[in-house]
Design a protein around this ligand. Sequence first.
Ligand code: COA
Length: 247
Amino acid sequence: MIEIERDGGVQRIRLNRPDKKNALTGEMYAALAEALERPGDGVRAHLLSGVPGAFTAGNDIGDFLAMAEGGMQDTPVVRFLRALAYCETPIVAAVDGLAIGIGTTLLFHCDMVIASRRSVFRTPFLDLGLVPEAGASLLAPRTMGHARAFELLCLGEPFDAARAQAAGFVNHIVAEGELEARALAAASAIAAKPAEAMRVSRALLWGDRAELRRRMEEEIRLFSERLTSEEAKAAFTAFMARSRKGS
Ligand code: COA
């Protein structure tokens, strides 16, 4: 469900669970974390992509139910979040279609985001009784200002590709058919730069990430609490029941 390939200095990481719109399971988070933590010799950029029409529909909601029982600390999702916040290699994302929940919030950790025209970014955390994660409560207002971040993170309003670009978290909007090539070209261009100069420059742009890491841990603590709330359990159960009815 996570496919990893090398293309020169680029590590291509593809989310591939099309029947579930690329909803992310614990196994997938563990593979993603592993790829970011131990990229292998000569990897100078990561390229993260999904399947046609679905970057990812976010965390698997069935897994949320399991986490509500067993707790969130030491889960693969937390490992993945930390891997993102500590990643020292540039990350490019190629988004086509759905980018929901963590599918949007992980983009704030990317150095470049290329999106197809039909992409939709949405974070329905509050509708699920949850709070934003992945450091988004800090990074989103920094990127787009409080007012727009509030609409995205607290109201769960969908942002189309044009709005995401105007908000500052999408670099380029391209036709679906051009997405792979454009995103690979961007990652390859990063990989071709002098590696050490890139590493130091990127670290300067990110600045001190201690505050981000603290905020992320705070979000994890609150998110864990919210997972066991009645609001969250009711929302997960409703989604799972809807899903079963449809099948
Ligand atoms: N977790 C678990 N399963 C999911 C999922 C998720 N986050 N997102 C989609 N799926 C599953 C659906 O249950 C369905 O499974 P089924 O075929 O066994 O019934 C399958 O993927 C296809 O999804 P479906 O809802 O039929 O497609 P759609 O095009 O009508 O809607 C979404 C797509 C993404 C809008 C809708 O599935 C959705 O709202 N998903 C939940 C998104 C979410 O809240 N994520 C968590 C964010 S914090």
